[in-house]
Design a protein around this ligand. Structure first.
Ligand SMILES: [Zn+2]
Length: 70
């Protein structure tokens, strides 16, 4: 009987703890994503490109393979 009364409280506290954990994880993830949003200027055509898709060639950064080859 007592367990039946306590169970909803345990369940509720578990869910709220889980929700807090997920939210903190998400906010950390967002901060990490924001840090990685640097725009790099292509040294050939002057276009700003996201650092995740830049092409590097001999220390210089380009927007595409085409620019790095020229
Ligand atoms: Zn370019």
């Amino acid at each position: 009987m007592i367990l039946k009364l306590i169970m909803p409280f345990i369940f509720f506290s578990l869910i709220s703890a889980l929700r807090k954990y997920v939210q903190s994880g998400l906010s950390k993830h967002n901060i990490r994503q924001r840090k990685g949003e640097n725009m790099i200027l292509c040294q050939k055509c002057g276009t700003y490109v996201h650092e995740s898709i830049i092409h590097k060639k001999s220390g210089r950064k380009f927007c595409s393979k085409r620019c790095s080859n020229l």
